[in-house]
Write a protein that binds this ligand. Structure first.
Ligand code: BGC
Length: 406
């Protein structure tokens, strides 16, 4: 069997703006951190905002042909209806630099963070959010659209909506199912509006969304557990996906782990941080820094399922695993190899997978968990901001150069 990928397969890495840029005091996440609701304040993060050239040099060395990144709405529109020419110019410079290096840009327009004014005055549960977000999308498409190869309107919106409207763990911090349903509907409508706006300005653009698409399995064969498993699948993909049918040019799949659901009547409180959902818990790997169970075969199962469900070109927009500082990089190398074997298998069986992005280029801010989990091919020294490529960086570089596994 040949382990090579298609000739124009897109090999990349992903990293979101808030998690790497640093110093974004206009963002609702910045405020959330200041209220002590996350393990670390992001501070300078990786200071990508100022050091992007250095990171792009590393992208060039890695040999990627695509970089999946994002734009901070709160930098572009720091106050309602006030757009920052300076921030737009800065993003232009960043994307132009990637273009010069022949690296395609896949740009997400909303990666979980919003401007403080939006969160205070509106929020996704308010109908006005649709129009307001559409205004921002129009502006960035007009100003930056010529430098964007693939648009991703939202990154995994069901994650921040669940965390922000059911678990109270992300901004705006609600535990309110009615508001949650309203927010899901508004996000769906904002997505469809954005899709139309982008296509009107850039008819040839590729526009899509990403889903957190882990593989869920329940322990045992009881009817209840099977039903719960179906509900988990419906929640993560179909609840939103069904509302935006016909408005996706491709589908982005973010695959991380196996979610093995168990029933635990002792824990009926919702606690998303400890993975407890109204009496159901997700099995844990005690040795993993985020307790996640690595399951390479799951990416194959997910790709097969998504191929049938969406009938669209698929990009693996994120795939990676957290490790602890300084150790376990060999696990990252193993992780990449094993997952790619299964991506390749899905392609061989006819699934239209056109690209793979490893999460992440470098260690970065892991939302509530701060700087402890390390996801990077590049180790970040947060004191000196020195970037040190790990062995896995060179292992992935070799795979990209060979367009597949040895
Ligand atoms: C998100 C990233 C996050 C990663 C690891 C993904 O679901 O898009 O922002 O850092 O998972 O948890």
């Amino acid at each position: 069997m040949d382990n090579k990928f298609l000739k124009d397969f897109l090999w990349g890495v992903a990293a979101s703006s808030y998690q790497i840029e640093g110093n974004n005091s206009n963002s609702d996440w910045w405020e959330w951190e200041k209220q002590g609701k996350a393990d670390n304040e992001s501070g300078l993060a990786c200071d990508y905002w100022n050091r992007y050239m250095e990171d792009h040099d590393l992208l060039t060395e890695l040999g990627v042909n695509i970089f999946r990144t994002s734009i901070e709405w709160s930098r572009i529109e720091p106050e309602e209806d006030v757009f920052s020419e300076e921030a737009i110019k800065h993003y232009r410079e960043i994307f132009q630099d990637l273009k010069k290096r022949n690296i395609k840009t896949q740009v997400t327009l909303w990666w979980w963070t919003s401007p403080i004014w939006f969160q205070k005055k509106y929020g996704w549960h308010k109908k006005a959010s649709i129009k307001i977000f559409a205004g921002y999308v129009k502006k960035v498409t007009q100003e930056l659209g010529d430098l964007i190869d693939m648009f991703t309107v939202f990154n995994e919106p069901m994650v921040p909506l669940g965390q922000g409207y059911l678990a109270g763990a992300f901004p705006p911090g609600f535990c309110n199912p009615c508001k949650f349903i309203r927010a899901v509907n508004n996000i769906a409508r904002a997505y469809k509006e954005s899709y139309k706006i982008i296509h009107k300005i850039r008819p040839d653009a590729q526009v899509g969304i990403t889903y957190l698409y882990n593989w869920y399995e329940s322990e045992g064969f009881g009817l209840l557990l099977r039903t719960i498993n179906r509900i988990a699948q419906w929640y993560r993909i179909d609840l939103l996906g069904n509302k935006i049918k016909g408005f996706q040019d491709y589908v982005g799949i973010n695959y991380y782990r196996l979610g093995k659901i168990k029933f635990n009547q002792k824990n009926i409180k919702m606690d998303s941080r400890n993975q407890i959902y109204f009496g159901f818990t997700i099995e844990e790997d005690k040795n993993n820094v985020m307790k996640w169970i690595t399951y390479p075969e799951g990416i194959y199962k997910v790709l097969k399922e998504a191929g049938v469900k969406f009938k669209l070109p698929i990009y693996v927009t994120e795939n990676g695993g957290p490790t602890r500082a300084g150790i376990e990089d060999k696990d990252r190398i193993k992780f990449i190899n094993e997952h790619l074997v299964f991506v390749h298998k899905a392609i061989e069986e006819g699934i239209d997978v056109r690209g793979y992005n490893f999460w992440s280029l470098m260690d970065n801010l892991e939302w509530l968990y701060g700087y402890d989990p390390k996801f990077g091919l590049i180790e970040m020294d947060y004191k000196t901001l020195e970037r040190k490529p790990r062995k896995s960086f060179y292992a992935y570089k070799k795979i990209i150069a060979a367009n597949g596994l040895e």
